[in-house]
Every structure is written in structure tokens, then in C-alpha cells.
Design a protein around this ligand. Sequence first.
Ligand SMILES: [Zn+2]
Length: 270
Amino acid sequence: MRSFAGLILFLITFTTTIQEAAWGIEPDEVREEVTGKLRALSIRHSVEIQALRGSTSPESGLAIASEYVYKKYVNVLEKELAIYPPGVLKKFGIKRILLCGGIKKFDQHFGGWTERLKGEIVYDAKRLTTNPDSPNTTARLGIHHEIFHVLDDEIYFDRARQAYSDPGWKAINQPGFVYYIFGGAKIDPIGIDHSVPGFLTGYSRHSIMEDKAELFCWKIVRPDLVDRARQTDEWLDRKNRRLEKIIKEFCPEIDDAFWGKRVAELECID
Ligand SMILES: [Zn+2]
């Protein structure tokens, strides 16, 4: 199953590259276009946004993507970052966003990675093609998931104690619930899985941090699914209200109007 998906990914990437080359779009032109867009995005959001190029060390765990891959991803990233009012990403604590062509850490592949307490996010630009059925939703969720991790650390990471703690969130769970990271039931990380009350996805059950990041990114991308799930789930409803409250207290720009706009601008079709 995994190797089949890998083959599809390879074929899509390969075919796209051949196609674009056949249209006469030179890599240098694409590179220039990508660089220009990244520069404009950096200025707009007061965050350094770059693509990984040249050579990379194996220790970094990062791979380089082609300019064609970066070009596609930048278009999605531009649209997603535009959701946030000006200055908000900087306020969240984000200092740098880096695009690459693969992230491998601790022998695992990741679609996105946050360098904790540095305000740095790395996105795998190839992620756009890793799910042929719904590439944009996957990429969009990943963008906002990592953004939330930086914001969450900014609010809840105690730098003096060098520890993350949000007991108020933990208290919302049903008595006896144990997150996967602390020895709970194994999870399926992909997509919506509302089989356990209080959790929207399987990955939400990993840890408090992932629970919050998952709820946040689905609220941004598919607020309709979150609203539907919390209608019959009091724990999820409480988490939803708490998430909105803690973000608004830290960043008043993320208010009811912001969330209302997410519903109004809902895009169900990729
Ligand atoms: Zn995460």
C-alpha cells in the first residue's frame, strides 16, 4: 500500500516536471518566480520565508524539492497565510518558514516540523502530491497545524521551567482518558476519526499539543466538520470554546469575526 502510494507520488511529480519542461518553462524562470513570491510573502507577514536550495547535510534530515514543486506549494501557502490578519503570524511567535522536499527526523517522515522555541517551521512542499485524492486539504491542514504549535508554545511553554503545561485542557477530557504518548491506545493519524468523544481525529489522541493543533487546523480548513462533531460531543464543544478563548486572549485579532469568516469562506472542493 505504502509503496503503491509512493509510486503514484513519483509518477505525478515526474509527469508534472516533464509537462512543465515541455511547455518551455525554464527552471531558472520558475526559480525567479518562486523567489519573488517568497520575498513578497516575507514582507507581507513580517516572517522570513524561504525555500531550501543548493546542498543539504544528511544530519539536517531535510531534502531539496524542485522549483516546480516549490512553485505549486507557494501558491497554496500564499492563500493559507492570507487567512491571518497582518502581523498576526509574527505575534504568534513565528520567525521563519522554510520549504523543503522532505523531512526525516527520528527515522520518520513528516509533512511539517516545528523547531520548538525557535519560531521556525519547515514544510515539505511535496506534501501537495502525497494524497492524490485530496492534496490541497492535506497540505492546508499541515500548514495551520504547525502554525498552531508555535503559538501554543508561545502561550504555554514555561521557559524558566523548560516545560510545556496546560492542565486546563487536560481537565476537559473524560475521566480516565490517557493520551497515546503516555501509553494510551494506538492511533491512526490520518483524517477525521470522531470515535472517541472529545477528539476530532486519531492524531488528536496523541498528546495535548497535538490535540489542540488538530482542532485548530480543522477549524481553519473545515469548520463545518468541527461544528457538526461538537453538536453531539460536549467535550469537543468545551475544547472548541476554550481554544477560541485562549487564542483571543493572546491575540485579539483572532476573534469571533475571524472564525465566522472561516465558515463564510469555506471551501469544500479542492
Ligand atoms: Zn503536530
